[in-house]
Ligand binder design. Structure first.
Ligand code: SER
Length: 318
């Protein structure tokens, strides 16, 4: 039997596109998509699919054993805004799912793990501009705490048990295929949808809030490149800083307005403003660029072109 990949949380924003890309690279039959339910029928019907609750160790283990899985991408998580509403659920899901996968790797049932961290590991005491790889991490959100602690555990399992775990601190990810769920950076996806559908958008962050962001194609490329990099090139086993573009709500609005002149925006910051204010505005990712040759391709205007074209097609055909 050939080795196989399992994606946990495959129906989410990143999981959807990661599954498609990994199936292109490794073949559909070798990539098992899983999620807690069958909410995304295209994914369920397009290749191997299993219902797995990421909090259920035996469900993950059985799937790994049955399919001879050797690599797991753990994409299930409660994000920053949802985590503030359901703190204990966020802790439960984000931490236990990670332990389950790390422990499967520790016992040798699987060989390699991908686990995403986030800019949410940083906090108000972190240097905000060009935030270094190694710096103060005092997160203020439950989500950020789970990611910070998760990073420590990843490094611990690598050092103590030789677990080949790899991780990226994703910035806000912008995509047109699946909606993000419950994050503070979600406005940068919603704004494109509303520009096409309604011609106006009420933003839940203030106009000059600068945050690190990335187009999905770059995020998927980074994930694949990191997982394919030779192990001896990697100097970070907690999580790599990664950056592409930083912009404010005003700047993304202006990028859209250059293409849709009648587009209007208003600002009505809510509880997510405090979360955004605690995060960096830009990230120093020189270690990722040095260790595994990371380079991004999309700037704000290139991303706006793709987002508007793809969403126009989507809304015209639906
Ligand atoms: N996009 C995430 C959030 O906003 C950050 O990792 O919660």
């Amino acid at each position: 039997m050939s080795s196989k990949i399992l994606i946990i949380g495959a129906c989410g924003q990143i999981g959807t596109e990661l599954t498609a890309r990994l199936r292109e690279i490794h073949g559909t039959e070798n990539v098992i998509a899983s999620d807690i339910n069958t909410r995304k029928l295209e994914l369920v019907n397009s290749g191997p699919f299993e219902i797995i609750d990421a909090k259920n160790f035996n469900a993950i283990k059985d799937c790994c054993v049955n399919y001879n899985v050797d690599t797991v991408y753990l994409m299930a998580a409660l994000l920053s805004a949802t985590g503030e509403k359901y703190p204990m659920e966020a802790w439960d899901l984000n931490m236990n799912s990670l332990f389950h996968v790390l422990n499967l790797a520790k016992t040798g049932i699987i060989k390699k793990v991908y686990w995403p961290s986030s800019i949410a590991v940083f906090g108000p005491t972190t240097p905000r501009d060009n935030t270094p790889q190694h710096t103060i991490c005092e997160p203020t959100t439950v989500y950020g705490i789970t990611k910070q602690v998760g990073e420590r555990w990843c490094e611990y399992y690598y050092n103590k048990y030789n677990v080949d775990v790899r991780s990226i601190r994703y910035p806000g990810i912008i995509s047109h295929k699946a909606m993000p769920g419950g994050g503070t950076t979600d406005y940068a996806v919603e704004i494109y949808h509303e520009a096409i559908k309604n011609g106006n958008y009420e933003c839940f962050l203030s106009e000059n809030t600068s945050l690190p962001m990335m187009f999905m194609d770059d995020a998927i490329k980074a994930t694949v490149d990191l997982m394919e990099a030779p192990a001896d090139h990697l100097t970070i086993r907690s999580s790599y800083n990664l950056s592409a573009i930083s912009f404010t709500p005003k700047e993304i609005f202006e990028s859209i307005k250059r293409r849709i002149p009648e587009f209007e925006i208003s600002y009505n910051p809510d509880f997510r403003q405090a979360i955004a204010d605690s995060w960096p505005s830009s990230i120093d990712d020189s270690v990722a660029r040095k260790d595994w040759n990371w380079q991004h391709s999309f700037d704000l205007d290139a991303m706006t072109d793709v987002m508007l074209n793809e969403l126009k097609k989507k809304y015209t055909h639906s």
